[in-house]
Design a protein around this ligand. Sequence first.
Ligand code: S6P
Ligand code: ZN
Length: 188
Amino acid sequence: MNSQLPQLFKENILQGTTIVQKQTYLKDLKGFFYHEAERELLLQNQLVYEVDAYFPVSAGTEGGLFFGVTRLQPGMVGNEYFMTRGHFHAIANRAEYYWTIEGHGQLILMNHEREICIEEMQPGSLHYIPGHMAHRVANTGNSLLSFGACWPADAGYDYTTIESEGFSARLCKVNGLPVLLTDEQQAL
Ligand code: S6P
Ligand code: ZN
């Protein structure tokens, strides 16, 4: 049996020879924010978030686990906080853990009936995301929000449901505070 070199999770950074990085810029988030016209006016090459991930087994391996760290920048598009795309898992019943490393935000969870709730993210907070829940994170602070994630290697991603239908509400800054607003409420 070949032993693997351990990866490092040190000073809040995931390091190692097999870490895969993915960046998401404002130009990648067309149509995600209510105020799309305002997103277009912003610098398209502005980094919104990046993920460092460790995939010790192939995607789809039943029983395997993946590990990642997401760094979400502070920022707004109109009254909406910078956020991750959000997704269901392709195998919808697969659960996941998030935990907050630094910064402040909200974890937005939505089930298939489009019922939605939020959990406050602050350093040390641990979040169990049950299966069948779309999950998205918004950075509600003025500094970087960094969180870890651990999920099953066969979970996969269903991005298309959120791309086409969105979440049933968006996290918006109202009188300085994060509030969930439906598009109907925004339009008032
Ligand atoms: C994977 C896990 C995270 C997200 C990351 C970016 O199951 O939930 O690693 O991939 O936070 O979010 P998104 O929605 O763009 O994949
Ligand atoms: Zn996930």
